[in-house]
Design a protein around this ligand. Structure first.
Ligand SMILES: [Zn+2]
Length: 207
């Protein structure tokens, strides 16, 4: 019996766990589960019907779910290669990449790579209109196997250019000032939430 993602042979304990999707039983090895690839696989392969039952998604196949997992592995590797770190200061994204024009948050799903510049202006200027000038969002949708094959090379190239980018001094100063203002807003938000927590703790009945 083999892992449905990496096709490695499963140990006894790994064989005992399975996800029942429609008529098929899916099994994943510990390594794939630790890497959360089973979530990518299940998201691609299964869907919920009107009654809340999980069944096989129409048109899905194990091969296409596996290809989405491969894409996630490949994009994570590219992110690591350019210096992105998991669980970094961008709490809304899986990865944080520090760049010469500020922080970029990035999350990878089977359906695409979703990133956001902390400072929308940074993306606006550097990416020449590819990123959203108001939100800083800069996304790469992978709708099909062709996208998943085509995008990685471009994504690597774009991210390498981004981390090696040398902003003009005036623009750098502008970006740094925005980042400093954003740091102050972040600190205020953290303080606000900490205060909410303290109030909640004070109101909680003593155990
Ligand atoms: Zn596996």
């Amino acid at each position: 019996m083999r892992c449905d993602i990496c096709e490695s042979r499963l140990g006894r304990q790994e064989r005992e766990r399975h996800f029942q999707i429609g008529r098929s039983k899916l099994r994943f090895c510990d390594a794939c589960e630790r890497a959360k690839l089973h979530l990518t696989f299940l998201e691609s392969y299964s869907a919920r019907d009107h009654y809340g039952n999980t069944k096989k998604r129409r048109g899905a196949s194990k091969a296409s779910a596996r290809s989405e997992c491969q894409w996630v592995i490949e994009i994570r590797r590219i992110l690591a290669d350019v210096g992105a770190v998991p669980d970094g200061p961008d709490r809304f994204h899986e990865f944080t990449l520090e760049t010469p024009v500020g922080r970029l948050g990035a999350s990878v799903y089977g359906s695409g790579l979703f990133t956001r510049f902390r400072l929308p202006k940074a993306g606006q200027v550097f990416m020449a209109g590819q990123s959203n000038p108001y939100s800083g969002k800069w996304n790469w949708h992978a709708f099909n196997p062709t996208d998943r094959e085509y995008w990685p090379r471009l994504i690597r190239k774009a991210l390498v250019e981004l981390v090696e980018y040398q902003p003009a001094p005036a623009f750098k100063a502008e970006i740094d000032a925005e980042a400093a203002a954003e740091d102050i807003r972040d600190a205020k938000r953290r303080e606000f939430f900490a205060e909410c927590d303290r109030e909640r703790a004070a109101q909680a009945p003593a155990a």
